[in-house]
Design a protein around this ligand. Sequence first.
Ligand code: DX5
Ligand code: ZN
Length: 235
Amino acid sequence: RPAAIIAPSILSSDFARLADECKRMVDLGADWLHVDVMDGHFVPNLTLGAPIVASLRRHTAAFLDCHLMVTNPEQWVAEFAKAGADMYTFHLEAAAGPGADDWHQLSPDAMNASVEDLCHGVRNAGMNVGIALRPKTPAELVAPYVAAGLVDMVLIMTVEPGFGGQSFMPVAAAKAAVLRAKFPDLNIQVDGGLAPNTIERAAQAGANVIVAGSSIFGAPNPAGVIAQLRGAVQA
Ligand code: DX5
Ligand code: ZN
């Protein structure tokens, strides 16, 4: 399994002090910063967009891991690249066009063309490519794109996307094992409800990139939580 990468989700930070919060996390041992972008359509919540990423870019050299929970992921590729995003992770469910926010609605052909185009577009724009799966979307659907070398990371949601602070779904985390068996070197990210008491399930399934919002920002000793998450992945 590749090295552990701990990515605090700035969704749980004080947005009025974003630059300081980011610096604090990097100083406490964060490897990446996870940036949750929500459009009020793919998920029932609004957060931030490329202008905030561009501002943040001027204050930190950290790897900006952007998670696009949006209906039209192709719409923001150029803007995020220009803003300085390092990783652009779009949802597989959103990749077949407006309205297809559930994998059941995707026709295989429409999905293939659209996902491949997006992967190329993101990479050509100079960013790493991530594909995210809602908790109920089968891991097998993403395997062909990984096998074709189009993808740098797969994000397995371990809560329904939309809000921080929800409960970890062990069944969703178990999907990591399907991908880890096929792809020993793939970065597999888990996101949602990760904390010292849930990390074990995710780590055992083979996840190595750990997003955590409330468990890190809400802790009296965030550095300790970051170290614990890292330790569990490396064990
Ligand atoms: C949820 C977001 C997560 C969220 C995680 O839609 O994608 O990144 O911030 O927060 P916690 O760790 O609190 O579940
Ligand atoms: Zn996220």
